[in-house]
Structure formats: structure tokens, C-alpha cells
Ligand binder design. Structure first.
Ligand code: LMR
Length: 334
């Protein structure tokens, strides 16, 4: 009897040891937007690729729509190791102390995606990601979303139309300065709260790429939208550095490959996702979509360019100049 008990115990222990050895490494990937967006789709793509390339050794669990954490909490959760991966907007790294990321928020700094990619897919981007390491964060990639439109319940054609409007922004001092340059009152708010704030009039308007506006149904509570394309919104995919460095080397390499492929995927779909969302917003008939004239666009540009000089001391002249140098942007020419 005793021998049998010992034998059964041994068998059970062996099986649980095997089970443990085979238990996948779980990566919780938390984000705040809908699954049906460039970031939502890219994170699902990464999860699939990671499972495939690691042959099931890694299981990426994607939590969309702030289901796990809101903006500010998710950064803390990553540093504490409660989640392993995030892709926050580049406008959300200032509170972490990495203010250089706010350069991406400077109005009109990128004329198009090709210019943006010179930064995000080149050496300047790599050096920006490296600045996260002292914070215990490893930057893995930049993923595109797109260029932003302004929305409100009144037409927004000239800088004067913004005067006194409460505008929701992400937690970026550059966006704060941008809204003030228009005479608006910026209000920092978590993404998950924006729809309700617009619906109840806590804020009057906002800005976002169309994929975000549409999937959060913001167009249902905003009567007007102007296609200003005045600024860029995109993401840095980040992980907890200690977690990443602690992965077996082969697994880490496979995940790097999965991230490479997910980045190509993300940046390949972002524009069409945003164009599709704009068409759906137009088709809904709930928001009047306005394309500014060249003169109107210029007037808004002129009003916003002061943000570049106002924010130079915060972001750092060097960081801003590094971008200007790559893209050829010259604020004095606006
Ligand atoms: C926002 O808060 O408006 C965006 O950063 C949301 C997102 O992640 O795209």
C-alpha cells in the first residue's frame, strides 16, 4: 500500500513537472482602443505570429478597449509587471519622464507617412526607444495609426472657431500647447472616458484619427469634423525590460521576428483602416465632415506653429532638430 502511494505520488509529480515545463509563457498585451482598429488588429496579428513562431511556447493574450487598464494605469501596470506588453500612443510618454516622445505631437511636423517613417523606422526612432530603458521599459517597435481631425458640435474652420472650446487631449504638454494656441481649453482625459464626456458636454470637442473616432462612436456625439490632418497619432510597442531580458534567447528572437512582421502588417493597414473609417463616418450622416480650403488650412497652420518654439525647452532642441533634419521641416517657412 505504502509503495503504491509513493508510486502514484511520483507519477503525479512527474506529470505536473511536465505540465509546468510545457506551460506557455503568457504575455498580457493591454490596449485602450477597439479591436477593429489598426492597433487592435496588429496586436491580434502579433499574438497569432508569436504562437506560430514559438510553436506555442508563448501565448499572447490581447485585452482591447481598456478592458484591463486605462491609459495611466496601463503604464504603471507594465512597470510593475502586471502586464507584459502595451502600445500606448506616443503622446502618453511624457508623464513617464520621456518628454522627447512629445515631439511626435508637434503640429504639422510630418507632412505625410513617408516623412514619419524616416523617424519611426530609422535611427532617430531607435534612439528614442532606447531612452525608455532607464525606466525599466524596452521599446520594441513603432506602429502607425494616422493623422488627426478635429471635431466639435460647431463647424471648425478658422482658429477663432476654437476659442473657449473645451477640447479633450491625451496627456501631452505639446497637445496642451496646441489647443491653447487656438484659444481652446485643453482637458486631459483617459481615452475610455471620451465618448461619455462628449455626450454629456463635459468637453465640447476632441481630435483623433478617424479609426479611433469611428470605433468609439465619437462621431455620433459630434456634429462637425474638420479634416485638418494637423498632427500625428501613433504608437510605441513596449514591454517590461526585466521580463523581456529574462526570456529564453530563442523565444526572444522568435518574438522579435513576430514583432517585425506585426509592424509591417500594422503600418500596411493603418491608412486604409482610417480611410475606411472616414467613409463610414460620412455615410452615417451624423457628422458633417468638412475639408478646409487651402487658405483655412494655412490659417490653422500659422496659429499652431508657435507650439514648436513654445515646446522647445520641454522636448529639447536636439530632439526636435533631429526630426527636422530627417524630414526637412522648417517652421519658419509656414
Ligand atoms: C487617445 O487617447 O486618444 C489615443 O491615444 C488612443 C489610442 O491608443 O489610439
Amino acid at each position: 500500500m505504502k509503495i503504491r502511494t509513493v508510486f502514484v505520488g511520483l507519477v503525479a509529480a512527474t506529470f505536473s513537472a511536465i505540465a509546468l515545463a510545457q506551460a506557455p509563457i503568457v504575455i498580457k498585451f493591454s490596449h485602450v482602443v477597439a479591436a477593429d482598429t489598426p492597433k487592435g488588429k496588429a496586436s491580434e496579428f502579433f499574438a497569432k505570429k508569436a504562437a506560430e513562431l514559438t510553436k506555442g511556447k508563448v501565448k499572447v493574450e490581447v485585452y482591447a478597449n481598456s478592458a484591463l487598464y486605462k491609459d495611466k494605469e496601463e503604464m504603471e501596470a507594465l512597470q510593475l509587471g502586471a502586464v507584459q506588453m502595451l502600445a500606448p500612443s506616443l503622446a502618453k510618454f511624457g508623464p513617464l519622464g520621456v518628454k522627447e516622445f512629445e515631439a511626435f505631437d508637434l503640429p504639422y511636423i510630418f507632412d505625410n507617412t513617408a516623412e514619419l517613417h524616416k523617424i519611426t523606422q530609422g535611427p532617430v526612432g531607435a534612439s528614442l526607444l532606447a531612452k525608455l530603458e532607464p525606466k525599466g521599459i524596452k521599446g520594441l517597435a513603432f506602429w502607425d495609426n494616422g493623422f488627426k481631425s478635429f471635431s466639435a458640435n460647431k463647424p471648425l474652420k478658422t482658429p477663432a472657431d476654437f476659442k473657449g472650446l473645451k477640447m479633450r487631449i491625451q496627456s501631452s504638454k505639446v497637445l496642451e500647447s496646441q489647443m491653447r494656441a487656438l484659444g481652446a481649453l485643453p482637458q486631459v482625459m483617459a481615452f475610455s472616458e471620451v465618448y461619455q464626456a462628449l455626450q454629456t458636454g463635459v468637453v465640447d470637442g476632441t481630435e483623433n484619427p478617424h479609426s479611433n473616432l469611428y470605433t468609439q462612436k465619437m462621431h455620433e456625439v459630434q456634429k462637425h469634423m474638420t479634416l485638418t490632418e494637423h498632427g500625428y497619432l501613433g504608437y510605441a510597442v513596449i514591454t517590461n525590460k526585466k521580463f523581456w531580458d529574462g526570456l529564453p534567447g530563442d523565444v526572444r528572437g522568435q518574438l522579435e521576428q513576430a514583432m517585425k512582421e506585426a509592424t509591417v502588417f500594422a503600418n500596411g493597414i493603418a491608412k486604409q483602416e482610417n480611410d475606411g473609417a472616414l467613409e463610414k463616418i460620412k455615410a452615417s450622416g451624423k457628422t458633417q465632415v468638412y475639408t478646409p480650403t487651402a487658405a483655412e488650412r494655412n490659417a490653422i497652420k500659422k496659429a499652431l506653429v508657435k507650439t514648436h518654439t513654445d515646446m522647445e525647452s520641454r522636448i529639447g532642441k536636439e530632439a526636435i532638430q533631429a526630426i527636422y533634419k530627417e524630414t526637412g521641416f522648417d517652421p519658419s517657412k509656414l
